[in-house]
Each structure stands twice: as C-alpha cells, then as structure tokens.
Design a protein around this ligand. Structure first.
Ligand code: URA
Length: 436
C-alpha cells in the first residue's frame, strides 16, 4: 500500500492494519518516508484517533524500531516507573531507593528535562561526581550488587519514537492520547522492565488538562503493557501546582533527601508511598498495597531508604556525603530573591507550568536540547494552594547565578499565583488508581 493511501485511510477514520502501521514506522525510521507525509499521518491520527489494537500495534512497531534491552541477567522482577512529567516532580529520586530498599531491583533508564519540566538525569548530575553514563555491564553489575542504578536511555532505544516526537513537537500533535500512550509504552517496553507503574499527571502543569483524559491515558497504557506480556498499574495525580516545594535540580535533590529522611513535603511523600506500593505489589514483595505501604514506611523510619540512596550515589561515582550533609555538598546559587505577594488572602491557584518556565529562565532548564543548565538554579515555593499570605510576604524564593534573569522570572511567578479572599479547597493529589 502506498503511504498516500495509508494517510487517506486514517484521514477518513478507518482502522489501520498492523502491516500498514509497521510500514509507516519502519519506512519513517529508515528515512524512506519524508517528514511531510509523516506529519500528515500524525495529524490524521490526532483528529481520527486510534483504537486499542491500532495503538498496541503502533507501540510495538516503535518498541521494535531499535535496540531492545535484555534485563534477564538481573535477578528478580524489574519494576519501572514512568511519569508523564511535572513541575518539581522528583519522585524517582525518592521512589527508586525506597523501592530498592524494600527488595525490588530498580534498573532505571531515565531522560533529561526539556522546557518547563525537569529530568531525573539532570537532577542526579547536580550531585558532584555522579555519572549517568554507565556501560551495560556496569549498569547490570550495579543493580545486582546494590539493587539500584539510574542511567540515561541510549539513543538506540525506540529511535522511531525519538524521530516522531521531534515531529509532533513542531506539528501540534503532541497531546493525542494514542500518540502519547504509544510513545511512552514503546520506550518502557524496549527498556526491558517486567512491570511498569505509570504516574499520569493532570491539571494546568500537565499534558492532560482534564482528569477524564488522564484516566483514559492511564487505562490505555496499562492495557498496552499487559498486552505485551508485562504487568502494569497506574496512578492519576494532580499537577495543578508544583509537587513538593523545590523546583530545580540541586534544590530537588535536597528535598528528595529530606523525604528519604522522613521529613519531606506531605504531597511528595504520599505520592511516593502510593507509587511505591504499586511497585512492591507488582514486584511480588507484598500481596496488597496496604501491606506494601507499611513495608515502605518502615524503610523510611529505619533509614534503609536513605542508605539505599547513598548506595546509588556511591555506585555511580557521586559524593556519598550528600546523603548526610546535602547543604555542604550540593551546589547553591549566589543570587537569591524573594517574590512578594501583591495581596493578602489565600493562595487559590498556582500555574505550575509558569513556575516551571520561570525556573528554566533562572537557568534550571533547557529551552533547546543543546542548552546547558545551572544545577543550583531554581525556585523554592513557600506558599501553596490553601496557604494564608499577607501582602508583601514572600510567595517563592528565586535561586540563580545570573542576576539578569531575576526580573523576568519574578514577573512570571507573580502571574502564576492567584490570591482569593476565601480559603479554597485544596485539590486532591491522587484522583485514580488502576491496579494490575
Ligand atoms: N512523554 C513521552 O515520552 N511521550 C509523549 O508523547 C508525551 C510525554
């Protein structure tokens, strides 16, 4: 079948066969199908959608477009986690050691941040000496000896997704449920985990603005990974304000360490315990999420989770003192500036995306993928939804090494906050849970 006919078939809303989807993905990966035809196909999918079978076929075509990682040399059930991206989302930094301390091996391949959301690799690299570039053998050895390692996903995993994502980014076709589900699941399946827990974010700071869409995406992704013979579970969590208080690489590492000490923000701790409970159940360490939660709380209380974090830092070359005295080890910014509230009242909403962009302007994120980031830059959120605030009282503290960025970031932060006279309801953090 000609590429033209496959585009037309989808534009008319018909179901595509596995062969047709394979030929589009393989042809595009090889470079035989030009960007303009692929863009037209993506737009047809955006408007006409795909059914579950088509989305599964698209996922598998992308998963098999490059290298697939074989983790069978790591003992135990390998459970991975994927978040659809949020502002201040440092869950992996807490969750990976938390779950590993409970005996589930964590062999994690993560990404870098782009735009207003940060990436786990950038956060970990703010620890002096920490490297995310382990060879395959070093990676496997680390997981087999200390039960945990976090590395960068190699370019050869799901190359079709990489090319497609770049095209979706410039053709307004990112926020399509079948395209997001296939993109996320193809990478996770290619990376070899036995079980995957998804954290689908919803709200102003997320791809999925509505909870219903987030739930559909979560259900679809669980369905896809189960169809591929793995286990899956998901949480839909609210991203209508930053998670925790810290936004920016070393600030988030510090907050993650506090959380592993049992002294972290309530929302972050709760989310990590909920995601971790699902991971423990999928990993066969507990029969239900209640028992799993009790095990995880115990690893926090005994210090086992923090000690597992220290193991992770040590095995990947970082300064292990960071787990004990983070303030002495992590880079900190030279310029700090408070952003005051213009009114008295209660914080009624915070546009998480604007906080993320402000943090990027301060140096914490990349506008383009070749930008360098400042590990010390970021924002400490001092007031969250429901907090009382007086006029002139600081809403956030900006951290940067570049004075010139302060004014623009401060304006953006001010525009992100809404202050009301009445105390608002605080949005629930976890709105849905899908168990395997
Ligand atoms: N994250 C991904 O990996 N892919 C998408 O399409 C959206 C978010």
């Amino acid at each position: 079948m000609r590429v033209y006919d496959i585009i037309l078939k989808k534009r008319r809303g018909h179901e595509l066969s596995k062969d047709e989807i394979d030929s589009m993905i393989n042809g595009f990966t090889r470079g035989d199908i030009p960007d303009y035809q692929m863009s037209a196909w993506l737009m047809a999918i955006f408007f006409q959608g795909m059914n579950v079978q088509e989305t599964r076929d698209l996922t598998m075509a992308m998963a098999l477009s490059g290298e697939t990682v074989d983790l069978s040399c790591i003992q135990g059930v390998k459970v991975d986690k994927h978040s659809t991206g949020g502002v201040g989302d440092k869950t992996t930094l807490v969750l990976a050691p938390l779950v590993a301390a409970a005996g589930v091996p964590v062999a994690k391949m993560s990404g870098r941040g782009l735009g207003h959301t940060g990436g786990t690799l950038d956060k970990l690299e703010s620890i002096p000496g920490f490297t995310v570039d382990l060879s395959k053998d070093e990676f496997v050895e680390a997981v087999n000896t200390v039960g945990i390692a976090v590395v960068g996903q190699t370019a050869s995993v799901a190359p079709a997704d990489k090319k497609l994502y770049a095209l979706r980014d410039v053709t307004a076709t990112v926020d399509s449920i079948p395209l997001i589900a296939s993109s996320v699941c193809s990478k996770k399946l290619a990376c070899g985990a036995d079980a995957i827990v998804f954290d689908v974010k919803t709200g102003a700071g997320a791809f999925m603005k509505s909870e219903e869409d987030a739930f559909r995406l979560a259900e679809l992704m669980v369905d896809i990974v189960k169809g591929a013979g793995r286990k899956g579970a998901a949480i839909v969590s609210n991203m209508s304000q930053p998670l925790g208080f810290a936004v920016g690489n070393s600030l988030e590492v510090r907050e993650a360490i506090d959380t592993l000490r049992g002294a972290g923000p309530r929302d972050l701790t709760d989310l990590c315990l909920s995601l971790g409970s699902l991971m423990l159940v999928l990993g066969g360490k507990a029969n239900d999420t209640e028992k799993a939660r009790a095990i995880l709380v115990n690893t926090l209380e005994t210090g086992a989770a923090l000690s597992k974090f220290a193991d992770l830092v040590s095995v990947q070359g970082g300064d292990v003192e960071v787990a004990r005295t983070p303030d002495n080890i992590l880079p900190s910014a030279r310029c700090l500036e408070a952003v005051p509230s213009l009114h008295s009242g209660y914080v009624s909403s915070i546009d998480a995306e604007r906080i993320g962009v402000a943090s990027m302007i301060l140096g914490a994120g990349r506008k383009t993928k070749d930008d360098t980031i400042d590990p010390a830059a970021g924002i400490m959120v001092l007031k969250k939804i429901g907090h009382k605030v007086e006029q002139g009282e600081p809403l956030v503290m900006l951290h940067t090494n570049n004075w010139d960025t302060l004014e623009q970031a401060a304006q953006l932060v001010m525009s992100a906050y809404e202050i009301s006279r009445d105390k608002p309801d605080v949005p629930r953090l976890i709105t849905r849970v899908i168990e395997n």
